[in-house]
Design a protein around this ligand. Sequence first.
Ligand code: 3PG
Length: 209
Amino acid sequence: MNILQTLARERILPVLVIDHAADAVPLARALLAGRLTSAEITLRTADALESIRRVVAEVPEIKVGAGTVLSAEQAKAAVDAGAQFLVSPGFNASVVQTAQAMGTPIFPGCVTPTEVEAALAQGCSSLKFFPAEPAGGVPYLQALAAPHADVRFIPTGGISAANFGAYLALPNVLAVGGSWMATREMIAAQNWETITKHCVAAARFSGIL
Ligand code: 3PG
């Protein structure tokens, strides 16, 4: 299964901020115990690349992506570390072109129709919709579906256990992304059981459990 097929099946993409690489493997195992098999590790911490390396080496069942990719250099470093897909908060043509040249799937963040069209022109049709809730949430995404019916979105930003179902009900939503099932605080506290419980709840909702 490639990352698009995994997201289409599981419909949940955990977004992770890992402060200590030592937490990466137990965290990945906690996601897996909750039946989720993809993860976006954000490049927001000093330990992010090492976390990606460790999960790739030790928990191969998880498809690991790098998030918060802001430059071509970061895109290359993430793929060197083993990232199997890339996510960026905005549409950055140089990041997208670098990912495409490496043959690595990239989900650039888009909100406006102008950004969506720029991404389409660059060959991307699976896009992050960020920041989902502040940008207008479900009604906004519904409106975007009218002119851009072929685009699939991964809404992220402000998604929670309370609202992810409303996004998943939209036909133009591939999957939702978010940190609610494994927050930075839960990770720092090594609260693996809670994380697994949240993943199981999400997996039940999306019908894979
Ligand atoms: C991201 O990087 O995609 C977001 O910060 C995740 O948003 P959330 O923490 O509101 O889920």
